[in-house]
Design a protein around this ligand. Structure first.
Ligand code: AMP
Length: 154
């Protein structure tokens, strides 16, 4: 089965948990180890386009996935981010929550993580940061999703 993520298809091998209205999948260009995405099953570009039921389902799934990831990666905090619209840095026009396990001093200064997520900003340091992010292979992504699937009991 292929799940929709904006104009892209996400292979079932990359999805590790789903509900009736939402699903979570691994990222092909993670900003930190364990960076995953939670999105609505229905393609909706902006938060305002989701129904109250879809928003509740999306955040309920994010609320479940976050602590599991934090524990798995021996992290001590989580960054949850939605870039809602192109001028907020959104590159895929489909509402999604980024979830990133955070560790002490993983970014210096701490808010650099937001530059890393915001890859469409053409300020030079952000372009450099984007070059550092390498796409992963399908095999690598499927391996991570298989491990996460056990954790979240898909
Ligand atoms: P944003 O810039 O907030 O829209 O975030 C888009 C996110 O989706 C980035 O973290 C990308 O690395 C990720 N992404 C884009 N296309 C895919 C894909 N086909 N599979 C997995 N992750 C993707």
């Amino acid at each position: 089965m292929v799940y929709k993520f904006g104009p892209w298809g996400i292979d079932a091998s990359e999805v590790f948990v789903e509900t009736s209205l939402s699903y979570a999948f691994v990222n092909y260009k993670p900003v930190v180890e364990g960076h995953v995405l939670v999105t609505s099953k229905r393609v909706a570009p902006r938060c305002v386009d989701l129904s109250a039921e879809e928003i509740l389902d999306l955040w309920t799934l994010a609320h479940r996935v976050g602590p599991g990831l934090e524990s798995l990666h021996s992290a001590e905090s989580l960054t949850y981010v939605i870039q809602d619209g192109v001028y907020a840095g959104q590159t895929v026009p489909h509402v999604h929550v980024h979830i990133m396990p955070r560790k002490p001093n993983d970014f210096q200064p701490n808010d650099v993580i937001y530059d890393r997520i915001d890859r469409e900003d053409h300020a030079s340091r952000k372009v450099d940061a984007e070059k550092e992010r390498k796409p992963r292979t399908a095999e690598d992504m499927a391996r991570e999703a298989t491990m996460l699937r056990k954790l979240f009991e898909l």
